[in-house]
Design a protein around this ligand. Sequence first.
Ligand code: FES
Ligand code: FES
Length: 142
Amino acid sequence: MQLDDLYRRVIMDHYKNPRNRGSFEGESVSIDLNNPTCGDKIQLQMQVEDGKVKAAKFLGEGCSISLSSASMMTEAVKGKTLEEALQMADQFSGLMKGEPTEFEYEDIDALSGVNKFPARIKCATLAWNALRKGIDQVKENK
Ligand code: FES
Ligand code: FES
């Protein structure tokens, strides 16, 4: 099997069986963001306790790249400190610039091919931008 095939399967698996799709009943940080190039929207919610992301969930419409990226991101940040989550967002920006990087949550590596397609970079980055905004919001509310 070619690597590209494997990566496409990982992306489609997250798209068809999204992890952490939904919203919380209780208190959480909530961010709504849209992709200006296509108008697709994402809502990200995070439960943060003691400076750590206890859980993250998302809702929204979008393409397979944006939704699979949201699925991966919400899975990857679980249990991480806000600083670690921010570092991961930086790491993801690096991946979108074509920098060689490997994620602890390795499904994210499947999005590495996206960096060749500028329009799709915006799709893949949407959830991570929502994460950054969410972290900013937590810090402001302190
Ligand atoms: Fe996202 Fe085309 S703008 S796939
Ligand atoms: Fe809209 Fe990808 S085409 S988020």
